[in-house]
Design a protein around this ligand. Structure first.
Ligand SMILES: Cc1cc2nc3c(=O)[nH]c(=O)nc-3n(C[C@H](O)[C@H](O)[C@H](O)COP(=O)(O)OP(=O)(O)OC[C@H]3O[C@@H](n4cnc5c(N)ncnc54)[C@H](O)[C@@H]3O)c2cc1C
Length: 503
């Protein structure tokens, strides 16, 4: 059978593009279909009136210049492999937390400086603070020593296990641990435990007890090693570079191509059908859509349907993209902030405010004398379903909710409301429509107490159909879906007869 390409990829999120780029570089032909006019999904940028706004992600790991082996530092090693360049700017503070009772914590790149802030507020917990963050460090040490690959690839697992028996065993044991339970081994102060909850909620949208220790070991330790780095020109520089790599090795990313169906024959994926009726076939199909979209929308056979509650569905977002006068941003202002007014409400809809102003680091993303600001809070699509796009009632509701968020955000940046020059508002309906994500969700989460390995890997119930992105192990976040793309490409490459070399 003559295939359109060896591998067809549905969606150009970072998971899909990473898998496509590594497979293409390995010599497999790939065709990636993206419904939008640009790549990147939640890790893209868009421009409005001279501002470049990040659609979603703007805190990036994995760009350290120190190219040591292991599962971390993946962006540097992938871009080296592809021979493409992404310039980044180091960010000295991962997140500046503004918490109840005047508790302020900028998480500095220098770990001792960060721990010093915690220890000054909780001197009676000094030993516990050091011991807890050392536990995260030990996970980091293991992960940075093991090569990235697929946990479903028997050969990889045996090779890694045989080459690093102690570390593999230690990691296996740590997969059973939760970040919050480990914290409670060392820490008793309630306010400090609330801060630890915020440390996980900031990226996992779950409290620390519900968050696997292994994931925490990546995010909360690597920030003090590889650090946080912002790509020059905005988040969209990352998918742009992956697309450059795909093209360089002969692959193609096709835009404005909405995949309507993943075609199955005799229980095997054969290819895809676009909304214009065109059909493309491949030896393998990789879906970068969410698990719900893949199995309840794209795969038409109801036997493969996935009930929503198979996973815990994370909420969606209400987002504000703001252009502001530069005068409102004080000298030395940090890029990323999180504001919690009330510990009782932090995990409720809209309870935590996420804020970033990347133009503080990279002036190219805003016009001269201005800053680009991105503010977002959790939200749910059911609050917006009664509105119709374009209706004045929808616009009014967006404006009203946006104004309430801006008012609260003035605790971080006084005068924000009066400094606005540009305002773009996005509801969960926008997230659902642009990102093609079920209910605009941040994605499926594990239920509290589940082992991180219970997150789906890259194989699916359908033969020749694979999955990548934040519905798969290890989960949400750009570095996490990059790992998922690497492991998916590794598995598919071995299956198709030409395994990848380790990065
Ligand atoms: C508001 C927000 C802030 C975030 N902040 C951070 C952060 O600071 N740091 C961080 O690391 N992570 C952050 N994240 C998370 C991170 O952005 C995501 O986890 C990650 O980018 C998801 O990647 P993915 O590969 O799963 O694909 P997605 O980003 O979901 O992209 C999937 C792509 O596939 C396309 N697609 C889907 N279905 C089809 C179809 N049928 N046909 C054609 N195309 C299709 C979509 O249009 C989309 O482009 C944030 C996310 C959000 C929403």
């Amino acid at each position: 059978m003559a295939y359109s390409a060896d591998v067809i990829i549905v969606g150009s999120g970072i998971g899909g593009l990473t898998a496509a780029a590594l497979l293409q570089e390995r010599g497999f032909s790939t065709l990636t279909f993206e419904k939008n006019k640009y790549p990147g999904g939640s890790c893209a940028s868009f421009t409005r009136q001279g501002y470049t706004f990040d659609v979603g992600a703007s805190v990036f790991y994995g760009f350290s210049g120190d190219d040591k082996s292991g599962t971390l530092n993946l962006h540097t090693r992938i871009f080296n492999r592809l021979g493409v360049d992404v310039r980044t700017i180091p960010d000295p503070v991962q997140i500046h937390y503004h918490l109840p009772n005047g508790f302020e914590v900028p998480v500095f790149y220098e770990k001792d400086r960060f721990l010093g802030i915690l220890i000054r507020r909780f001197p009676h917990q000094e030993a516990g603070i050091r011991a807890f963050y050392q536990e995260l460090e030990s996970v980091y040490d293991i992960l940075s020593a093991l090569p990235a690959g697929s946990l479903e690839d028997f050969v990889h697992v045996i090779q890694v296990g045989a080459g690093n028996p102690g570390k593999t065993m230690a990691l296996a044991l740590k997969t059973f641990q939760s970040m919050g339970k480990v914290a409670r081994k060392y820490i008793t102060d309630e306010e400090l435990l609330q801060f630890i909850d915020m440390e996980s909620y900031s990226w996992a949208v779950q409290d620390a007890v519900s968050t696997p220790l292994v994931n925490a070991g990546i995010c909360l330790a690597d920030r003090h090693h590889g650090g946080i780095n912002y790509p020059v020109g905005g988040a969209g520089a990352i998918p742009a570079a992956l697309c450059e790599g795909i093209k360089k090795f002969g692959g193609a990313v096709k835009y404005s191509c909405d995949v309507e169906e993943i075609i199955l024959k005799d229980g095997r994926a054969e290819g895809v059908r676009l909304s214009n009726g065109e059909v493309f076939t491949g030896r393998a199909v990789i879906s970068n859509a969410t698990v719900w979209d893949t199995f309840n929308r794209l795969v038409k056979d109801p036997r493969y349907n996935i009930p929503e509650n198979r996973f815990l569905r994370a909420p969606s977002w209400f987002q504000l993209y703001l252009g502001v006068d530069a005068d409102v941003v004080p000298e030395g202002f940090h890029v990323h902030h999180i504001l919690v007014d009330d510990w009782e409400r932090y995990s409720e809809i809209g309870g935590t405010i996420y804020f970033s102003t990347p133009s503080v680091l990279d002036a190219s993303v805003a016009p001269e004398g201005k800053h680009a600001v991105h503010v977002f809070v959790t939200d749910e699509v059911h609050r917006w379903n009664s509105y119709r796009r374009g209706d004045s009632a929808y616009k009014k509701a967006k404006e009203a909710f946006g104004a309430s968020v801006i008012k609260r955000t003035e605790k971080i940046l006084p005068g924000l409301g009066d400094a606005l020059k540009v305002k773009v508002l996005a509801t969960p309906l926008t997230n659902q429509r642009y990102l093609n994500r079920y209910k605009g969700s941040y994605g499926p989460l594990l239920y509290p107490g589940q082992n991180v390995l219970q997150k789906p890997q890259n194989r699916t119930a359908v033969k020749n159909l694979y999955a990548t992105g934040d519905s798969t192990f290890p989960g949400q976040g750009v570095i996490a879906v990059t790992y998922s793309g690497v492991s998916c490409a590794s598995y598919v490459a071995r299956k198709l007869g030409s395994p990848l070399d380790y990065l």
